[in-house]
Design a protein around this ligand. Structure first.
Ligand code: COA
Length: 372
């Protein structure tokens, strides 16, 4: 079995930044127009508020591929230009930007990669796989496939890629996680309209020779996933959707965009998350105190603080568990990897860190890393 390292990381953040005030202004304008339209038909819809968003989630801004469509109260959704089948698709293009940076970071040529895994919470289509489109555009060899595990998508792909490289089945695996979460998000839903942003990340996974060290890079000591079925975060859109309708050519949006019972997710994933961390580390004779840094899923600042408090038995500061959620919102599978990329340069050889993502499924994915 080979030793394995993350030798390159790439991040792509769209330029369009949206503040809570901007999002709330457009949401409230839509609510006012909708209430006027409905008249006395049912209870009035309620306004959203910046104060609530910041307090409840910790999010201040997020980046989007198309803020204009989202902030237009007449539309309340991003607008992506149609692309023909012979054009590069949006999701592949977004992932490619991060993938190219990861290869540059590792100083590895595309033709030396023999597998691409495109792992994301939402895939633009079923086939041909987005991973294969990225493979073609980059010029990597071997194979490619798509997978997804909600917000644990990058962490779950790390689990697979690490073990493919460790066993010698693949030589170099490029994980690409393009998260365009604004596309399936219901910007007219007060409970969720503020949560997600768009971001893409990529990681190159390579083997190391016995005794080899790659200063400044992380060895992947072990990975793990855990899942338990829950419908508390769910998107029902699928290939059977239209067959369930009386009118198969008028697919309703209700149930077919992201929906979640946020406060139940908060409680249940907090309990499962801290247990996962403690148990996974214990398998290696380690405790949370042995970790120099935690790069946790970026869904909710209070949730991460609670998970760490349960795991450590005391409050833990942001130096130990940095947050990028305030800037980028919840970027699904990308969040923990962005936290890792932005917060590791100060770590010393031998320092341990834990990448841990959690989300829909429920799902949790973890990677125990050690700085070389
Ligand atoms: N603006 C103002 N008030 C709002 C609001 C908004 N946008 N959205 C909800 N509220 C109100 C609710 O109506 C409720 O009012 P009530 O007490 O009068 O009934 C109150 O705020 C509390 O709602 P609740 O849903 O319990 O809030 P919360 O504190 O649980 O925060 C989340 C909501 C979504 C931020 C939080 O639950 C969360 O982040 N959960 C985890 C989600 C997660 O990890 N998802 C994983 C996806 S990868």
């Amino acid at each position: 079995m080979k030793r394995v390292a993350i030798t390159g990381i790439g991040i792509e953040i769209p330029a369009g930044k949206v503040t809570n005030d901007e999002l709330v202004t457009s949401f409230n304008a839509w609510v006012d127009a909708e209430n006027a339209r409905r008249g006395d038909d049912g209870p009035p819809l309620q306004h959203s508020s910046t104060a609530f968003i910041e307090h409840a989630s910790g999010i201040k801004t997020r980046h989007m591929i198309d803020p204009a469509g989202v902030l237009d109260p007449q539309r309340m959704a991003p607008r992506f230009a149609h692309r023909d089948d012979d054009q590069l698709s949006l999701m592949a293009e977004f992932g490619l930007a991060a993938a190219r940076r990861a290869l540059d970071d590792a100083d590895v040529a595309a033709e030396d990669v023999d597998m691409v895994i495109c792992s994301a919470s939402h895939q633009q289509r079923s086939y041909p796989a987005i991973g294969i489109e990225i493979q073609q555009a980059l010029g990597t060899r071997g194979g490619a496939f798509d997978m997804g595990l909600g917000c644990s998508s990058a962490a779950a792909a790390l689990h697979i890629a690490t073990n493919l490289v460790r066993s010698g089945a693949q030589r170099r695996v490029l994980i690409v996680t393009p998260e365009i979460v604004t596309a399936p998000l219901d910007f007219r839903d007060r409970q969720t309209h503020f949560i997600f942003g768009d971001a893409a990340v990529a990681m190159l996974i390579e083997p190391m020779e016995e005794g080899e060290a790659r200063p400044g890079r992380f060895e992947v000591l072990d990975t793990r996933t855990w899942t338990q079925f829950s419908s508390n975060i769910r998107n029902n859109l699928g290939h059977f959707t239209r067959a369930e309708q009386d009118d198969p050519y008028a697919v309703p949006l209700e149930g077919n965009l992201i929906k979640q019972v946020g406060n139940r997710v908060f409680k249940e994933v907090t309990v499962a998350g801290h247990k996962f961390i403690v148990d996974f580390l214990a398998e290696h004779g380690l405790t949370p105190h042995d970790m120099r840094r935690f790069w946790l899923h970026q869904a909710n600042a209070r949730m991460n603080a609670m998970i760490l408090k349960l795991a450590f038995g005391e409050e833990v500061g942001h130096d130990r568990a940095p947050m990028v959620l305030d800037k980028y919102g919840n970027t699904a599978g990308a969040g923990a990897v962005i936290a890792l990329q932005e917060n590791h340069k100060d770590m010393k050889p031998g320092d341990y860190g834990l990448l841990c993502a959690f989300g829909a499924g429920y799902s949790i994915g973890g990677g125990l890393l050690r700085m070389m």
